[in-house]
Design a protein around this ligand. Structure first.
Ligand code: SAM
Ligand code: SF4
Length: 504
């Protein structure tokens, strides 16, 4: 179905009302349990004749996947190839996430499955890396007998030594959190890559202390990576054919680096006479790497994103017009309990400013948590009404999962019954699906510059790429190929994809 731009909004909201009624009547999504960013990614096959084989599964956020590429790079120099077949592996690593309880349960279940491989191959070394390793430390060795090695996110340079320790018959643990480590000098091996888009980690840790979040405890204090190494990595990727980089960090807008200090807290305390590179400056420097290299970034904390960043985005065509700006809740009281440092009104003003500077087509996505401690029905409805005001293109949606050691776990009762959390989450998901469809409908009839990432999932007759605002577009391939730009006119859409034709 295709709509003309002007009619689509009215028509979509009418469809939305009907769909909301139908969904409510049928009780669809009763069991929805979307933990959208807990994907599992494997590193793929690398056969250069090295002595041992490494197999890694990455869980959780993109930072973890990016870290797995650093781990593979460190071990490549120590005589390891990677394999996508666990049965072939000498070393099996799970790079884990602790953000919600379910993420940890998934890893524990996976360890049970891995046990059956280890029974067949008792010399197989099994290691747990990342946030779960950092949170549980030696407890993980006691609770999961199959685990030989535990390494936190700042201990990856130590992996060769830890593996050696296990080879000698001991268990090995390093969960030391560094105040400086950024792995700036390590070029990640780009495995399992489409050869067009890549991630560049620009900072580590988080100083924010949102009350629900375990990240400050598992990933330590904020440190910013040397901009010279970031720009060199971007240029190197471009020379290898990549055409898009995403700058990664838990809170990219608080990136702050100077020649003598990369730890944000210390830099702010001590001050410096040297130039301080802010995120806006870094973004511009990366945009200058090459005009045909697209630049994205994630994640922005609403309290930290500045007008400077928005103007830098507006100034450079190759900085993609898309911002991930997690709200978490639409209620100012709940935001205060979450320690997010902004109110509903302040956030909406930020969105207004963003649209003023970057226009209506700029993609905006969000994260939402349903059923945080003491959240009332009225406050939940405030989240829904905020969604109506912003109309996000996309969102990751979760129900609250209490994490041991966090401020919320210490201060507040986790008092919303699970079924209420799930029902509220369902309502958020239903609304978001309708809004994503509405935002897609608004693109019908428009023309976009699309970076081609490869064939569409369904057929090699069609190509698939993304617009600057991060929408997926599928279109007949014509003479175009992966890694090139195409000008595509959108003719119709599905809930998650735009369908079009090349017009250039
Ligand atoms: N640093 C990013 C920010 O502040 O927007 C987000 C990082 S976190 C890895 C990704 C998302 O997980 C958060 O935005 C939040 O919505 C969700 N999350 C974090 N802790 C959670 C918890 N205890 N229960 C449910 N969702 C949680
Ligand atoms: Fe967690 Fe908040 Fe830091 Fe994001 S900004 S990682 S939600 S503490």
């Amino acid at each position: 179905m295709s709509f003309k731009k002007t009619k689509s909004v009215k028509f979509a909201s009418c469809i939305e009302q009907r769909m909301e009624n139908i969904i409510a009547d049928l009780g669809i999504l009763d069991n929805v349990d979307i933990e959208s960013c807990e994907t599992i990614k494997l590193l793929d096959e690398q056969n250069t004749g090295k002595a041992r084989k490494l197999y890694i599964e990455s869980y959780g956020c993109q930072m973890n996947y990016s870290d797995s590429e650093i781990v593979a790079s460190i071990l490549q120099k120590e005589g390891f190839d990677t394999t996508s077949d666990i049965a072939q592996a000498d070393v099996v690593f799970l790079n884990t996430c602790s953000i919600r309880e379910k993420a940890e349960q998934t890893v524990r279940q996976r360890l049970t499955q891995i046990n059956s491989y280890k029974k067949l191959k008792p010399e197989m070394l099994v290691g747990v890396l990342g946030c779960m390793a950092e949170r549980l430390k030696t407890k993980l060795l006691e609770e999961e007998k199959i685990v030989d090695l535990v390494a936190g996110p700042d201990a990856y340079r130590d992996l060769p030594k830890l593996i050696e320790q296990v080879d000698e018959g001991d268990k090995a643990v390093n969960t030391f959190l560094s105040r400086e480590e950024t792995y700036a000098d390590i070029t990640p091996v780009r495995l399992n890559s489409n050869g067009v888009t890549a991630f560049i980690s620009i900072m580590r840790g988080c100083d924010n202390m949102c009350s629900f979040c375990v990240v400050p405890f598992t990933r330590g204090r904020e440190r910013s990576r040397d901009p010279h190494s970031i720009i060199a990595e971007a240029k190197d990727l471009f020379s290898k054919g990549f055409r898009e980089v995403t700058l990664l960090g838990q809170n990219v807008d608080s990136y702050k680096w100077s020649e003598e200090e990369n730890n944000k807290a210390r830099l702010e305390k001590k001050g410096t006479n040297n130039e301080v590179i802010t995120f806006a400056k870094l973004l511009e420097l990366v945009a200058f790497a090459h005009p045909d290299l697209r630049v994205r970034f994630s994640t922005s904390h609403p309290k930290d994103i500045t007008d400077d960043v928005l103007y830098t985005m507006a100034k450079h065509e190759n900085i993609c017009k898309n911002i991930h700006l997690p709200i978490q809740s639409g209620s100012s009281r709940v935001l205060d309990l979450m320690n997010r440092d902004y109110t509903r009104e302040w956030y909406l003003e930020k969105v207004r400013r963003l649209r003023e500077i970057l226009g209506e087509d700029c993609g905006i996505s969000s994260d939402m948590i349903a059923g945080f401690c003491s959240e009332t029905e009225e406050e939940h409805r405030e989240t829904l009404s905020l969604m109506d005001e912003v109309v996000y293109d996309f969102a990751y949606m979760f129900y609250y999962s209490e994490r041991p050691g966090t401020l919320a776990a210490k201060k507040f009762a986790d008092d919303i019954p699970l079924e209420t959390k799930k029902r509220r989450l369902d309502e958020i998901i239903i609304k978001q699906r309708l809004h994503s469809a509405r935002r897609n409908n608004q693109d019908v009839g428009k023309t976009f510059k699309v970076l081609i990432e490869g064939y569409s999932k369904k057929t090699e007759d069609d190509l698939q790429g993304r617009t600057s605002s991060n929408k997926v577009v599928v279109f007949p391939k014509g003479n175009k190929k992966k890694g090139e730009y195409a000008t595509v006119q959108v003719e119709s859409c599905t809930g998650g994809t735009l369908l079009g034709k090349i017009v250039e």
